[in-house]
Write a protein of this length. Structure first.
Length: 473
């Protein structure tokens, strides 16, 4: 079970701490950060770090660390999945998971952490249910806007306005935050608050519409935990992205040492009512080690790998899987780097292997040079080069891989007296191909039942580089 959750920034400072079973000391954060600081590459730190008292399970976002101390026998995947749900819900509420967004939405962060876990066990993690219990920052922003507009005209600030602020506060606490009504208030106070509330909302239609939608949430609760009743959209549409990422290690001679494909179905659903969808693939035998969203009917999927489900409203991951098969890499990268007493020579060649019409875009080659490199003089016939002098990392970026010429990065580097001729380097490659998947998997059709309208449906196939490494020497 999960003892606590700590959220740290990239400097090791604790931003948020929430305790579920007892109170874990911040000493665990010091132990965690000591291990992180000693790592050469922070992204390569193991997700589970044992200490004397706890197992420190963590995930890393670009800006933050989410750490959960665990005592006793607990499935690590169980804890990692919960932390991932926390990050996903923060993303939905705040659009970005950064130190600034957490500080600006401090109250909502703690409300989410409180609802998502009960006594160390995950409780409510579905976004639709959380949105019924906890108002988004839009409601609070509307109140701030109203308050600012009232403050700018002092003549409009009277006793009824002050009473209306009190009533909207009660409305938030009783409806948006899922807290029961206070029955200890006298009937007199309730009547006064209701009268003031009606005046307030009659003059502020935007806040009235938001509050009324929250007040009606209880009547819209559904037996399906991931979708509420009465969902309505002006435009009914469904977008599906079939994304596959390639993880591989390539030797300096071009031989692929290890490779794997990790895929997922990302869905953006804006459908009214209670639609029942069925999704079909062209080659179901490619899908292995699949993980399904709770909305998928497991019995039907186990029968013929047909994905039948009632979708949540909004963005969600429907399915993740692995595809084990020989991979024909869509791109090649040939780095040749050698060091000597007088310096080093760098030569990197890029090219597209497949002859399909899809373009290879957002190509980035990352070259982490050893510490004995003092300066670089690099040039490329295509793209831009950015060199970080402090971390000694070169980033070669290309918007699109050209088909009429071969991109080449070349140049020389200077070294100090500590250089090593047998030093090994590993380049990292990033790219994206829209329009195809490396495994050949496709979504052939999506059928909808239970509703009379005909929605717009869009499906994309995307191939990306995951952990793509090329050994340079």
């Amino acid at each position: 079970m999960i003892q606590s959750i700590f959220i740290l920034n990239n400097n090791g400072e604790v931003l948020i701490e929430k305790h579920y079973r007892g109170r874990a000391s911040r000493v665990v954060c010091d132990q965690f950060w000591e291990i992180i600081s000693k790592a050469e590459n922070k992204n390569d730190v193991e997700p589970i770090l044992p200490t004397e008292k706890f197992y420190l399970t963590h995930i890393k976002t670009p800006n933050l660390y989410f750490v959960a101390p665990v005592a006793g026998e607990t499935s690590p995947i169980f804890v990692l999945e919960f932390l991932r749900r926390v990050v996903d819900n923060f993303q939905r509420y705040f659009q970005s998971v950064t130190e600034e967004s957490l500080k600006e939405n401090f109250v909502i962060v703690y409300q989410l952490l409180e609802e998502m876990n009960d006594n160390g066990f995950p409780f409510i993690t579905e976004p639709s249910m959380l949105q019924d219990l906890i108002a988004t920052s839009d409601l609070f922003q509307s109140i701030r806007d109203w308050y600012d507009s009232s403050s700018s005209s002092p003549s409009s600030t009277n006793s009824s306005s002050i009473a209306s602020v009190s009533s909207i506060g009660n409305s938030i606490s009783s409806n948006s935050l899922g807290i029961g009504n206070n029955n200890n208030n006298s009937n007199n106070n309730n009547n006064n608050n209701n009268n003031s509330s009606s005046k307030f909302f009659s003059n502020n239609s935007s806040i009235s519409s938001i509050s009324s939608s929250n007040n009606n949430n209880n009547s819209n609760l559904s037996t399906i935990t991931w979708r509420r009743q009465g969902v309505k959209h002006a435009v009914n549409e469904l977008f599906v992205d079939l994304i596959e990422e390639i993880d591989c290690i390539i030797e300096a001679g071009g031989l692929t040492v290890a490779s794997s494909i990790h895929g997922r179905l990302e869905v953006q659903s804006h459908l009214s009512g209670m639609p029942d969808l069925t999704l079909f693939f062209n080659r179901t035998n490619l899908i292995e080690a699949s993980s399904l969203h709770p909305c998928v009917r497991l019995a039907r999927y186990q029968q013929d790998q047909t994905v039948s489900f009632i979708p949540p409203d909004g963005n969600f991951t429907l399915l993740t899987y692995m595809a084990h098969q020989p991979i024909q890499l869509p791109i090649y990268c040939k780095p040749q780097i050698a060091f000597g007493k007088e310096g080093g020579n760098v030569n990197v060649i890029l090219g597209q292997k497949t002859v399909e019409n899809e373009d290879v875009t957002d190509v980035i080659v990352i070259l982490p040079f050893p510490k004995f490199v003092t300066s670089t003089s690099l040039n490329a016939n295509v793209g831009n080069i950015i060199y970080d002098d402090i971390n000694r990392i070169c980033r070669w970026s290309l918007t699109k891989l050209p088909k009429d010429k071969t991109p080449v990065l070349s140049g020389k580097v200077s070294v100090d007296s500590t250089f090593q001729t047998n030093c090994t380097m590993t380049a990292q490659l990033q790219f994206e191909i829209i329009g195809s998947t490396v495994s050949g998997l496709k979504v052939t059709s999506i059928n909808m039942f239970g509703e009379n309208y005909k929605p717009f449906k869009g499906v994309r196939r995307i191939t990306r580089a995951g952990n793509f490494q090329i050994r340079c020497n």
